[in-house]
Structure formats: structure tokens, C-alpha cells
Design a protein around this ligand. Structure first.
Ligand code: HEM
Length: 399
């Protein structure tokens, strides 16, 4: 039952990942509330809404997952993980709230407070994670990818800080340049490279597929990072965006072919989520060079790619970790993974999610209400399922 390639001796406390994931889902629901509010008041403000998702939902999930994966996948142990995770969790949550509220209200005081909290938090944990990864000898391809993702994250944060200062008129740098690079490093360097690197490890292991070709696992993260660095020097060259898009299209096609030729052909909502995710990665990557024509469409396509993969991962990780922790703690009759979150609930969530995606066809007609309702249902259901999974752990621990 224990997947190969994992160092489960180093399993960090369950409360770390649980609190990051639950907070991430709370942010996703807060984002829906903000969207409703904006719908009724009639003025849409893109940046705070985007950052409730990219920082609140995505970064909380990704940093929480890294706390888990660094020791287990890479053997890079973070000492005193509980204390460090508490600091990062509080900093990331508070920083995101201040920043997004400050951007929404156009209040420089609030936004700068958020930025400072985020800078302290992220420049504390990201270099620490990098240091731990650099110390590991013979790093596998997946954790080597984490290094490129984390460095891109730091670069993206530096551009973000300049953007905030520009936004409030403290600096007068080329906004378009900073905007473009911040977005590219965050979406492709940080998010997509991290997803790809994680998949190098988990797709084969979770779904019993053939491995990815070596040229992808070994070179994709470094290649994308080099393209992004080239983009900082030659921001006007359209071909670089095109190349980034093509690399991820190729990666997504390889992922889909791994999954279609998997050995165990059981129906599984998580595989469907991976398919969805890869389809939207292809769409968003092909649209990436043309994003100026319709930024919102690009962000929605990319957002569905990330949301699908996060759903696939959380629905796998939480039941697995609850079972794993309870079993190793010697809990009698520990629940199986299927008892932690019942598969039928995951299927229901999958169908609600499919309807949510389909509802987006009304957006070009300026009908937003249907999507707002179904996406809210999706996020509430997702939140409830994951929280219930966490409560299974708490209940058994108390017993
Ligand atoms: C320290 C954290 C961050 C700060 C302070 C920050 C700040 C900003 C600012 C000020 C803008 C430009 C607003 C404008 O000129 O209209 C922006 C845009 C953007 N950021 Fe961030 N950002 C952060 C993290 C992230 C992360 C982690 C992601 C993605 C994973 C991200 C994705 C984007 C995207 C897609 C845009 C373009 C759309 C928009 O205007 O919202 N950001 N960010």
C-alpha cells in the first residue's frame, strides 16, 4: 500500500498540510464571495480577485504540499517543521488578506502592510526550502524541478513588489514590462513547473503508468527557466512565449498518453481531473502568446488547469495521509482511504465541477450569475469534503 520512491520515515505532522489546505479552500470560497459582491455592486476589480486565488488558494496549497513533499519525495528534512509551518501559514494568510484588501480599496497603507508581511514570510521559507534541497546529494528529477519553481517564485515576488510600488505611484518603472514578467514567472515558472515536477513523481506512482521520457523530466524545468530569463532580457520577442507554450503543450500531451495507456483501467474521477487539467493547460499555453487580446479568457483557462490539478491532488493526498498517519500511530481499525472521503462524494464534486466549466459558455453573453452559482457550489462542496476528511483524522486521534 505504500507507494514506491517515498521516504515515509520523514512524514511531517498531518496538521501542517491540513491547515494549509483548509485555508486554501477558505480563500477559494472567499474569492467567490468577493465575485458575488462585485457582481451585485457592478464594478469588477481583477487584481484582488486574481490574488485571492493565486496567493490565497494556490500558494497556500503549493507551499503546504511542499512542506510535505520536501522530506518525503526529496529526503530534504525541514527541522522543527511544525513551528516553521505555523509562522508561514500565519504570514501567508495575513499577508494575502491585507494585500488583496489594500488592492481592492486602493489603500497603499493596507497593500504595503500585506506586501511586507508576504516578503518576510516568503523570503524566510523559500530560501530555506531551496537550501534544504541543495544539500541533498543525487537529487531526483522531480525535486530538481522544485528548485527551478522556487527560484521562479522568488523572482516573481521581486517583480510583484516593484509592481505594487508602481501601482501606488512610489516608483515609475515600465509597468507593462513588470506586469508581463511577474505573470510569466508566477504562472509558468512557479505554478506550471511545480505541477509538472510533482507529476513526474506521482502520475506513475498513483496511476501505475509508464514513466515520463527522461528528456522531459530532466530538462523541462531548466529549459522553461532559461526561457523566462531570456524573456527578462528580450521581453518583446513573441517567440519566447510561443516556445513556453509549446513546451507545456508537449508535456501535457505526454501526461495524457501516460494516463490513457495506464495498466489499471478502473474509472477514477481523479484521472478525469488530470485529463481536464492537461486539456486546459494545452488551451491556456497555446493562448499564452496572444493573451493581450483577452487576458481574462487566458486567466480562466489557466485557472481551470490549476484548479483541476489541485482537486486531483487534494482528493488523493488527504485520504492517503489520514490513513497513513493513523496506521503508523497504531490506531486500531484505522479507516481505509475510501472511508476517509467516500468516492461517491468525489464523483459528485467532479460532476458539479464539470457543470461549472460548461457554465462558462454563458460568459461571452455576459451572463455571469449561473457560473457564480455553480462554481460556488463546487468550492463549498470541495471545502466540506476535505474538511470532513481532516475531521476523520481528528476523531480517530481523540479515540
Ligand atoms: C507577493 C505576492 C504578490 C504580489 C504582491 C502581487 C502583486 C501584483 C500586482 C501589483 C499586479 C499588477 C496589477 C496591475 O498592474 O494591474 C499583479 C498582477 C498579476 N499577478 Fe500578482 N502578486 C503576487 C503574487 C502572485 C502569484 C503567486 C501569482 C500566480 C501564481 C500572481 C499572478 C498574477 C497575475 C496572473 C497577474 C495579472 C492579472 C492581474 O492584474 O491580477 N501574483 N500582481
Amino acid at each position: 500500500m505504500i507507494p514506491g520512491g517515498l521516504q515515509l520515515l520523514y512524514l511531517p505532522p498531518f496538521s501542517i498540510i491540513a491547515r494549509f489546505f483548509i485555508t486554501a479552500l477558505a480563500f477559494a470560497n472567499l474569492g467567490m464571495l468577493l465575485l458575488f459582491y462585485q457582481y451585485f455592486t457592478g464594478n469588477f476589480n481583477l487584481t484582488p480577485t486574481v490574488h485571492l486565488y493565486t496567493l490565497g488558494f494556490m500558494a497556500s496549497t503549493m507551499i503546504g504540499a511542499l512542506f510535505q513533499m520536501l522530506p518525503v519525495v526529496a529526503g530534504a528534512v525541514i527541522e522543527n517543521a511544525h513551528k516553521k509551518a505555523t509562522i508561514v501559514h500565519i504570514g501567508l494568510t495575513a499577508g494575502t488578506i491585507f494585500l488583496t484588501y489594500g488592492l481592492y480599496k486602493f489603500s497603499s497603507g493596507l497593500a504595503f502592510t500585506g506586501l511586507v508581511i508576504l516578503l518576510f514570510t516568503l523570503f524566510y521559507i523559500v530560501p530555506l526550502m531551496l537550501f534544504k534541497l541543495f544539500k541533498v546529494k543525487d537529487l531526483k528529477d522531480a525535486p530538481r524541478g522544485f528548485i527551478y519553481a522556487l527560484i521562479s517564485f522568488l523572482i516573481g515576488i521581486i517583480f510583484a513588489s516593484l509592481l505594487v510600488l508602481n501601482f501606488f505611484g512610489v516608483l515609475h518603472l515600465n509597468h507593462g514590462y513588470l506586469f508581463n514578467l511577474h505573470m510569466s514567472f508566477m504562472l509558468y515558472g512557479w505554478t506550471a513547473v511545480l505541477v509538472a515536477s510533482v507529476s513526474f513523481q506521482v502520475i506513475e506512482m498513483f496511476f501505475v503508468t509508464s514513466p515520463y521520457p527522461k528528456f522531459i523530466t530532466k530538462y523541462l524545468p531548466a529549459f522553461v527557466f532559461s526561457l523566462l530569463i531570456l524573456k527578462t532580457l528580450l521581453p518583446e520577442i513573441f517567440l519566447i512565449d510561443f516556445a513556453i507554450g509549446l513546451v507545456f503543450t508537449l508535456y501535457a500531451i505526454y501526461t495524457i498518453t501516460r494516463l490513457t495507456s495506464r495498466k489499471r483501467k478502473i474509472k477514477d474521477p481523479l484521472i478525469n481531473l488530470w485529463y481536464l487539467s492537461m486539456a486546459f493547460l494545452i488551451l491556456s499555453s497555446l493562448f499564452f502568446p496572444f493573451r493581450d487580446k483577452n487576458l481574462l479568457l487566458f486567466l480562466i483557462l489557466f485557472g481551470i488547469f490549476v484548479l483541476s490539478v489541485i482537486m486531483a491532488m487534494m482528493y488523493r493526498i488527504i485520504p492517503f495521509l489520514v490513513w497513513m498517519h493513523l496506521s503508523t500511530q497504531g490506531v486500531q481499525k484505522a479507516p481505509t482511504m475510501f472511508e476517509v472521503i467516500k468516492p461517491k462524494f468525489i464523483w459528485w464534486n467532479f460532476y458539479i465541477y464539470l457543470i461549472s466549466i460548461l457554465s462558462l459558455i454563458f460568459i461571452p453573453l455576459k451572463i455571469y450569475f449561473i457560473s457564480l452559482i455553480v462554481f460556488t457550489l463546487n468550492f463549498v462542496f470541495f471545502f466540506v469534503n476535505i474538511t470532513r476528511g481532516v475531521f476523520v483524522y481528528i476523531r480517530y486521534r481523540k479515540k
